[in-house]
Design a protein around this ligand. Sequence first.
Ligand code: GLY
Length: 368
Amino acid sequence: MIETTVSRFEFEQLGKTCSLVVGAGAVDGLSWLLADPEPPTQILVVHDSHVPAEFIARIQNHCRPHASHMAVESSEQAKTLQTVDAIWHWMAGARFDRHSAIIAVGGGIVSDVAGFAAATYNRGVRFAVIPTTLLSMVDAAIGGKTGINLRLPDGSLAKNLVGSVWVPEAIVADVTALHSLPDRHLRSGLAECIKHALVADHTFAEWIITNRAAILGRDPEILSELVQRSAHVKLNVVVEDPLEHGPRMALNMGHTFAHAIESRHSDRYTHGEAVGIGLVAATAAAVESGLAQPSMLARVRGWLKDVGLPGSLEGANPDVAALTAAMSTDKKRKGGALRLILPREAGGAEFVHGPSLKVVAAGWHAVA
Ligand code: GLY
């Protein structure tokens, strides 16, 4: 019998508490989680259309009162106001009041859309997430960022341009959901775990490498420890700075490079793969800035290789000038200058505002 662990995070700035439940069979604890302090008046489960019907039925079995469900398409194109509008109208049609709840089941796209509907319907209703990918269990679904993409007049998609921070009251990470997750997506989630190791504790990356066979073999005990450790890194940062005024920016390590990669090569790399390559670039930029030794760059490359993630843009025919230009549209720019989040040799992150061209180039040349 695998133990299910429960941790509580107090968001003092927001006056909210978030329970993190991790383990095989964690969804079976849903009813008591929602009953604290009292059950919601109505529940809508908003789920990825690919989540198996049996998993949704199991969740519904644990919902008091009975929950209805609604499938949404999990694509960046469907992460729009139309989808949120459909959820709002569904809730209004069923006369959901402000003590009702939305439970998001799926990856980061579903929790973003469903979370935004929860944050805005009736000025905010209760919200819980049941992430079904590793990436969403350790990162995308758990930090309270919710939102949608906006189609701009030139036809491009501005990702996450509209949104809000709506912290879930419960995060239920049932690792049995990872059994059917394709290996490529499991590995992609590992890139965010490695990012968390760089942000908080390099020995966590060594632990991942030691246990990689068990992780890829979907050993429930090891997966539970992986999710538990990684989600704790994120939540411990987010609880102190939910609105990203400062320390939370550390969680964007490698992402300025990664977003540029995604803007040019989204057909070739998943988000997690781009983040892995972005972490190599960020480490190379850290070496150039004197924050890390060259041996750290070799170590980070080694971690990615050992879990089967790409550590460079090899084969993608990268255009470094275009990638550098793509960085300038990144959300983390402040006052017109680029901001890089770089790893330090001894652990933790350094925020570099307005990095020199030499530092940026060192990052790109390490992966191009
Ligand atoms: N993925 C970075 C954050 O949630 O802050």
